[in-house]
Ligand binder design. Structure first.
Ligand code: SF4
Length: 243
């Protein structure tokens, strides 16, 4: 007998074992259902591993050119102002090739949600060093470890949080408490957009066991124990809130 798939805005995913993308997608799906926006949500995904969501989310979804999903989402919001619009990407798209797009959307306080999955490497293209790679982190292009004397480590979130935007927060896709917290951050970002407050950026620290060359449990420990030293968790901007 063939089993009928459960009706949901999120179906099963096939990311690498231990990857955080599937968790983030699930949380976004849950929040969209709980807020009742699943039928008016337009998602824009970057190329790279995050693009797998185009097959899994049952939302209207667009795949943009690498690093260009924020301006694509802004365009959708301008022509469909009643839609809820989000851009979803990795740290490479948001803070490397797409850094200018991230900064200028924040400067304009465009009324969209941006979700950045920060796993400290370029994932799909082979695990190259990223702006978010930690000092000493071994990547495909830094096999001896990232040399901090030559390359800095930064997240674009640190720039965006200085601007007049609606919401900026960072969570981690690690453990049950991290997941509950991440879902709260996602919900607050969407709520700000529905209130017309402007630009929201939620960064979620996430394991990439494949490119870290670590088993999933150790990759999670890397995120929780090492990445959070450079990328502290918290809410940094919350328009109308108490941050
Ligand atoms: S390569 Fe990394 S980011 Fe991409 S699906 Fe695998 S674990 Fe996830």
């Amino acid at each position: 007998m063939k089993l009928k798939a459960p009706e949901s805005v999120f179906s099963s995913a096939s990311f690498c074992p231990g990857c955080g993308h599937g968790l983030a997608g699930r949380l976004i799906g849950e929040v969209a259902e709980e807020l009742g926006i699943e039928h008016k949500l337009v998602t824009v995904v970057d190329v790279a591993c995050c693009s797998f969501h185009i097959d899994y989310w049952k939302f209207d979804t667009i795949m943009a050119a690498h690093g260009r999903d924020i301006p694509t989402a802004v365009g959708v919001k301008h022509v469909r102002p009643d839609s809820a619009v989000m851009a979803y990407m990795g740290d490479g798209a948001a803070y490397a090739i797409g850094m200018a797009e991230t900064i200028h959307a924040a400067l304009r306080n465009d009324n969209i949600c941006v979700f950045v999955i920060n796993n400290s490497v370029f994932g799909m293209t082979g695990g190259q060093m990223a702006p978010t790679s930690l000092p000493g982190e071994r990547t495909a292009t830094s096999p001896k470890g990232k040399d901090p004397a030559r390359y800095g480590t930064m997240s674009g979130l640190e720039l965006v949080k200085q601007m007049d935007v609606a919401y900026v927060a960072r969570g981690e896709l690690i453990g049950s408490s991290g997941m509950v917290r991440a879902k709260t951050l996602i919900r607050k970002a969407f709520t700000h957009q529905l209130n017309g407050d402007g630009f929201s950026l939620v960064e979620l620290l996430s394991p990439c066991p494949t490119n870290l060359n670590l088993p999933p449990v150790k990759a999670k420990a890397f995120v929780h124990d090492e990445m959070t030293k450079y990328f502290p968790l918290g809410e940094f901007v919350d328009k109308g809130g108490n941050v």
